[in-house]
Ligand binder design. Structure first.
Ligand code: GAR
Length: 312
């Protein structure tokens, strides 16, 4: 987590992470302000901390030092919680899809500072908070969740900020938990595989042996992928794709046993299992295998078109 201030959001995230069954743990709280209250609290709670003042430092150098500390901690995700430094494109790019922020407004309204003042002055009925993915453009990444907070007559920016924080403390742990868990959730993984598989020419879904499969279209359509949710006693949620045969299959498993495995039954005919429920699942690799597998069974008239398009 990156923080600059008092750290009430950090506290909410931390205490939520200590409930039974929590989906994440906090491995580092890092700050650009060595005096931040959040750091003292993290230390008291036994969470490792890192502090480096940005004063007199280049933005890129400061970002790089924070990034090095984050990677050293082994973190898989970064949650910004009142981190009041703008991060440069490099660190944001490195953590794309794995860096979240909480912002005290109903985005896309009121990016930047003084959000409560602006909402009150505009006569809005509600303020609120948003958790979003971080992209280079400030406060503009995909919104993952929001809570609306009614603005009461007589609210000042300070009174509204206080109530919005209560909402933030409910919102952030829930959204962060869901986000970090989804890579282990069969419904989410299935949806991603289906989106990739069905984007291939004339692909269609068909249940095969009780599981979703994907095949090329038409009466004679052949399967090019099967979705497998912890079948036959394996802990993997995976997609099965066709290799060129046993040699390639075994070679893949030997080179990258964290990604590939030999599935029951299908493995005997050269299908490889690509494990999806693991840290850092590489979706470009999944897409590549789906396409390759599709090309190996698709009718010539379709692969010809695709090859021509690729050349073009
Ligand atoms: C929170 O309200 C958070 O939404 C806001 O700073 C506060 C941090 O409070 N973040 C931003 O304004 C980011 N642009 P906290 O230190 O008590 O969690």
């Amino acid at each position: 987590m990156l923080v600059s201030g008092t750290g009430t959001n950090m506290a909410a995230l931390l205490y939520a992470s200590r409930l039974p069954g929590a989906a994440y743990e906090i491995v580092l709280v890092a700050s650009n302000d060595p005096q931040a209250g959040a750091l003292a609290l993290a230390e008291a709670e036994g969470v490792p901390t890192f502090a480096l003042s940005h004063k007199g430092m280049d933005r890129a150098d400061h970002d790089a030092a924070m990034d090095a500390a984050i990677r050293e901690s082994g973190a898989e995700f970064v949650a910004l919680a009142g981190y009041m430094r703008i991060l440069g494109d490099e660190i944001v790019g490195r953590w794309a899809g794995r860096m979240l922020n909480i912002h005290p407004s109903l985005l896309p309204l009121y990016t930047g500072l003084e959000t409560h003042k602006r909402a009150i002055e505009a006569g809005d009925s509600h303020g609120g908070a948003s958790v979003h993915l971080v992209i280079p453009e400030l406060d503009s990444g995909e919104v993952l969740g929001q809570v609306r907070v009614a603005i009461q007559p007589g609210d000042t920016p300070a009174t509204l900020a206080e109530r919005v924080k209560l909402a933030e403390h409910q919102l952030y742990p829930r959204i962060l938990s869901d986000y970090v868990s989804r890579g282990y959730d069969a419904d989410y993984l299935y949806a991603r595989v289906a989106e990739l598989a069905l984007a291939l020419p004339e692909a269609e879904e068909k249940i095969s042996h009780g599981s979703p499969g994907f095949r090329t279209g038409g009466k004679s359509g052949k399967f090019f992928a099967h979705f497998s949710d912890q079948h036959h006693g394996v802990p993997h949620i995976s997609v099965l794709a066709k290799t060129s045969g046993q040699d390639e299959l075994l070679d893949l498993i030997e080179r990258d046993p964290d990604t590939f495995y030999k599935p029951a039954y299908y493995g005997a005919s050269g299908w490889v299992g690509i494990i999806l429920n693991r840290p850092g699942c590489d979706w470009d690799q999944v897409a590549h295998w789906l396409e390759r597998s599709w090309a190996s069974v698709a009718p010539k008239r379709l692969t010809k078109l695709r090859d021509a398009a690729a050349e073009f």
